[in-house]
Design a protein around this ligand. Structure first.
Ligand code: SF4
Length: 173
């Protein structure tokens, strides 16, 4: 009799667990600090003149209760992790928004990775400063102008899709 009671309780627990999983709310991925924030911009392009025109399209930007904007970038990829390229992308978005609108943007953002259907995880990342983004623009100009060599990429698959591959000594030497 006792065994049956245990089996029934276990079955009930498993059913409740499965029900909770099915009912996982749409925004379960959302970091706590964004749950009370409002959506400020979605799929919007920002442009800011600098040495070159800095153009960045944001996925989503939320405004927290103190008025600070927080950037979110959505990615669909197999590995559930953020990359340095995500940090650079979000940092460029931050600078473009600040320079175009004058609004304050947080020094951190979130990379939300969808690694399988219906499953998203948010990763908090620290962003680059304005000076660091400007430094990357200067370096990009030098590489495009042939005055500097790019550093070897750690991931060869990135070289396959790179527009500089034809002139890059790292892949042609
Ligand atoms: S081809 Fe050269 S510039 Fe392009 S990703 Fe590879 S190492 Fe970098």
């Amino acid at each position: 009799m006792l065994e049956w009671a245990v089996v029934v309780i276990l079955a009930a627990v498993l059913l409740a667990w499965a029900y909770r999983l099915r009912r996982r709310p749409e925004n379960a991925w959302m970091p706590r600090e964004l749950r009370r924030a409002t959506l400020a911009y979605a799929e919007q392009l920002f442009k800011a003149p600098s040495r070159v025109m800095l153009t960045a399209k944001v996925d989503r930007t939320y405004r927290d209760r103190s008025g600070i904007l927080i950037l979110v970038e959505l990615k669909t990829r197999r590995l559930d992790r953020p990359y340095l390229s995500d940090v650079i992308e979000l940092s460029a978005q931050r600078v473009a928004i600040m320079r175009q609108t004058g609004e304050p943007v947080a020094m951190h953002g979130y990379v939300v990775v969808q690694s399988r259907p219906g499953h998203r995880t948010s990763h908090r990342v620290a962003l680059l400063t304005e000076d660091e983004v400007d430094g990357l623009i200067v370096r990009w100009e030098a590489i495009v102008g042939g005055h500097a060599q790019p550093r070897r990429s750690g991931a060869l698959r990135l070289c396959r899709g790179c527009g500089f591959a034809g002139n890059c000594a790292n892949v042609n030497s």
